[in-house]
Design a protein around this ligand. Structure first.
Ligand code: SAM
Ligand code: SF4
Ligand code: SF4
Length: 386
């Protein structure tokens, strides 16, 4: 392959990011499903953001003051088309990806998303198995769309819900959206067979910690797995403060005092959530009562087996949720030089980039200065998804 410099760096935050480094794929990386980064971590999970827009304004993610009508959302022409997403996904799969999560912004705002799901559902892993395809949503449009999503080949959904108290929920989504409609969405997902369903609750100390127990009681024994997420310092706009983080250990203690819990083994390598099962009268886990999960992104780093890559709405590859820059893959689809094969270029680029990955932000967080907005600017969660 002839030597060619490919600019693979995010220009979106050009004013903030470190100067773009040229990327030189001077040799082919042929996908064999066994890619590993500098810390030996495989690439098995791909999160694809299908829109940077959202109908909620959760203050920890898209605060209203910043994400207002003047915010420079991506124009439609910048978005990867469904065909482009599927092509990139195919190459990721050849490198070992087995699980795809669609996210956003709010993914259900992307028009005709079912068509993308249909295309992804037709793909097979290196081992010839169907992909594990899931989606994270705020649930607002789920009641309307659950059936069509299931018919298109979506297997399950994760719904974000930060409390059951209507006033608390309306204030956290900051667009006055009622909790009842999200609960109806969860019901519709269950009726459509989109399970096992997970519900994610971001816990902010002083804002919704009193919703932990009502949420635990509500979902216990329903087959729905409730997961508590520590409020994270993602992006650069949510004004994150450590004193608003309620450590997962405290969440477990609080629930355990009323609804006894026993710790369960992880169900898969690289799993982000620590699992706790509800105990029955004999003190053992009672599967009928179900389980909860805690995701301790702040107090307990889980970088050592982080196998997740993130593809932004406009086709940039991010190696970490806290990355400041992404690698532009879209140009390898849209601006392919004559005589070069786009899939080969993509495979080599993804291979090189992953082989050079050493990201472990959460492990290093303790020794880093907080993001003041003056240095590198971290990518927003609404842009690359969770
Ligand atoms: N809009 C969809 C939703 O809310 O489910 C998908 C995108 S959203 C960015 C993905 C997940 O990230 C949600 O579960 C959300 O609660 C979580 N999230 C966003 N900002 C966060 C933060 N600062 N800390 C922890 N989790 C966060
Ligand atoms: Fe929207 Fe999800 Fe972010 Fe809330 S967490 S603002 S629903 S993208
Ligand atoms: Fe993965 Fe980055 Fe999160 Fe660590 S901080 S678990 S590397 S996304």
């Amino acid at each position: 392959m002839s030597e060619r410099v490919i600019p693979l760096v995010d220009q979106r935050h050009a004013g903030f990011a470190t100067p773009p480094a040229a990327f030189l794929p001077d040799q082919l990386v042929r996908p064999n499903g066994l890619l590993a980064d500098t810390l030996g971590r495989p690439l098995s999970d791909l999160r694809i953001s299908v829109t940077d827009r959202c109908n909620f304004r959760c203050s920890y993610c898209m605060p209203k003051e910043i994400f207002d009508k003047d915010y420079p959302y991506l124009p439609h022409s910048a978005l990867l088309s469904f065909e482009e997403i599927t092509r990139v996904a195919k190459v990721f799969i050849a490198h070992g990806v087995k699980k795809i999560r669609l996210t956003g912004g709010e993914p259900l705002l992307r028009k005709n998303l079912e068509l993308l799901i249909e295309q992804l559902a037709a793909l097979r892993t290196v081992e010839g198995q169907p992909l594990d395809i899931t989606l994270t949503t705020n649930g607002s449009l789920l009641a309307r769309k659950a059936k069509a999503l299931k018919a298109a080949g979506l297997q399950r959904v994760t719904v974000s819900l930060d409390g059951l108290d209507d006033a608390v929920f309306r204030s956290m989504n900051d667009v006055d959206f009622p909790v009842e409609d999200v609960l109806k969405g969860i019901e519709a997902a269950r009726d459509a067979g989109l399970g096992p369903i997970k519900v994610n609750m971001v816990v902010k100390r002083g804002t919704n910690e009193h919703e932990i127990l009502p949420m635990a009681r509500y979902f216990q024994g329903t087959g729905i797995v409730l997961r508590f997420i520590e409020y994270m310092d993602v992006g650069a706009t949510n004004g994150w403060r450590m004193d608003e983080v309620l450590p997962s250990a405290e969440v477990v203690k609080l629930i355990h005092a009323e609804l006894p819990l026993v710790q369960l083994d992880p169900s898969a390598p690289g799993e982000t959530a620590e699992r706790w099962g509800y105990a029955g009268a004999n003190g053992q886990h009672d599967p009928a009562l179900g389980e909860v999960g805690v995701i301790s992104s702040v107090t307990q780093a889980f970088c050592s087996d982080c196998n997740r890559a993130r593809l932004s709405t406009e086709g940039k590859l991010y190696l970490c949720l806290f990355a400041e820059k992404g690698y532009d893959l879209r140009s390898l689809i849209r601006d392919v030089p004559a005589g070069q094969d786009s899939d080969t270029l993509l495979a080599s680029a993804i291979g090189h980039i992953w082989q050079g990955r050493g990201d472990r932000y959460s492990e290093l967080r303790a020794s880093m200065a907080p993001d003041t907005g003056t240095g590198g600017r971290r990518v927003e969660m609404s842009y690359i998804g969770g």
